[in-house]
Design a binder for this molecule. Structure first.
Ligand SMILES: NC(=O)c1ccc[n+]([C@@H]2O[C@H](COP(=O)([O-])OP(=O)(O)OC[C@H]3O[C@@H](n4cnc5c(N)ncnc54)[C@H](OP(=O)(O)O)[C@@H]3O)[C@@H](O)[C@H]2O)c1
Length: 338
């Protein structure tokens, strides 16, 4: 059976009407570990625009993007437990598989979870990819205790109002950290504060100036959601001795760890796709999303959706990609329904 999807054949600038196309594809059949999900809402992330970015390659069949979905289970593989047909699920998926901008999508059940019951699909779709990145960065890579054992320690969130930053702020507050977030505009400052940031500094004026302006000499943790290269030396400068830094943005050139040596400070990468790409510890992502769904339903975490552009089609997805490429969005953009 054919289903509707949004895909690409050529990698074109987003103002080209052929950069994303409405297409029909064959409905996929679930493998042993898969859920077949009827997609209700999706979100967009910078990974979509990076994968779509202009290059000479041409696809022979439509390549479907999208790594943030909410939908209902309508089929499952024989090894899947814990999910029933009709369950509403949310997940980010795998970069090695076709994306979720399709009426029916397959996801390994181990990286999915039941969606928060208190959120509409358009609100829940904002969460999975950024939640997993924020959780893994804070609690798995920097080894902060989600239960609050590190209460009062400070974390600097670079890009506090962005998709990832807005989840880092909320999860760090749940872990009882002192959260200092960067924001450079009144809108992004207000958004970061509304999510629980204790203090805001303006990244355009430099991290050291911002930290000293708060009467601090350093911070225990730095979560950089924006540019590993641009902030490398500044992060080494403001992180405390024996502190920890996490980065999530790829670099174009090698970086020296030398600036971190005198402080015995650590740097970790966080790549949300590591678990699904390698098959190692995949269940951890289902468990994180289950814990966060409970926090949402207890009203401890809110959706970071700031906008829903309309139905899932090539036109609205092109508009969403264009907005993301501006670098000026705050929170998350979602799309709902086909
Ligand atoms: N490794 C992973 O698993 C992973 C996962 C998710 C995302 N990522 C990557 O992380 C990056 C951020 O993703 P996102 O979705 O959070 O981005 P986003 O939502 O597009 O971030 C937008 C925000 O970034 C802030 N910003 C822009 N330039 C900045 C700068 N130079 N310094 C500090 N803040 C700046 C802006 O705030 P102001 O207007 O206040 O300046 C804006 O609100 C992307 O490169 C993405 O590909 C990686």
């Amino acid at each position: 059976m054919s289903i509707r999807a949004v895909g690409l054949l050529r990698y074109l600038p987003i103002d080209d009407p052929e950069s994303l196309l409405d297409v029909t594809i064959e409905e996929p059949t679930p493998g042993d570990w898969d859920l077949a999900v009827k997609v209700e809402a999706v979100s967009v992330n910078p990974v979509d625009t990076k994968v779509r970015s202009p290059k000479d390659k041409v696809e022979t069949t439509p390549r479907v993007l999208g790594w943030d979905a909410v939908g209902t289970v309508h089929g499952k593989g024989k090894l899947v437990g814990g999910f029933a047909v009709g369950d509403r699920v949310y997940y980010a998926g795998s970069i090695l598989r076709p994306g979720c901008n399709a009426e029916v999508h397959l996801v390994d059940a181990r990286i999915a979870a039941k969606a928060p019951v208190s959120l509409a699909p358009r609100d829940a779709a904002a969460l999975p990819l950024t939640t997993l990145t924020a959780w893994e960065g804070l609690f798995d890579r920097m080894a902060i205790d989600p239960g609050g054992a590190h209460e009062g320690r400070s974390v600097l969130v670079i890009g506090g109002a962005g998709g990832v930053g807005s989840m880092v702020i909320q999860l760090a507050k749940q872990a009882k950290l002192r959260v200092i977030a960067t924001a450079s505009r009144p809108l992004t400052k207000a958004f970061a504060e509304s999510l629980g940031a204790d203090q805001i500094i303006d990244h355009t004026k430099g991290l050291r100036a911002g930290i000293e302006g708060l009467g601090l000499t350093d911070v225990d943790y730095v979560f950089d959601t924006q540019s590993t290269e641009a902030y490398w030396d500044a992060m080494a400068d403001v992180v405390a001795p024996e502190g920890r830094v996490v980065g999530i943005v790829e670099t174009k050139a090698p970086l020296s760890l030398e600036p971190f040596r005198a402080k015995s400070a650590s740097f970790s990468w966080e790549l949300m796709f590591t678990r699904s790409m390698t098959g190692r510890n995949m269940e951890a992502q289902g468990a994180i999303l289950t814990r966060v769904a409970a926090l949402v339903d207890e009203r401890k975490i809110v959706s970071t959706r700031t906008e829903t552009l309309g139905r899932i089609d090539a036109g609205t997805l092109r508009a969403a990609h264009a907005r993301l490429e501006s670098g000026k969005t705050h929170g998350k953009i979602t799309l709902e329904g086909f």
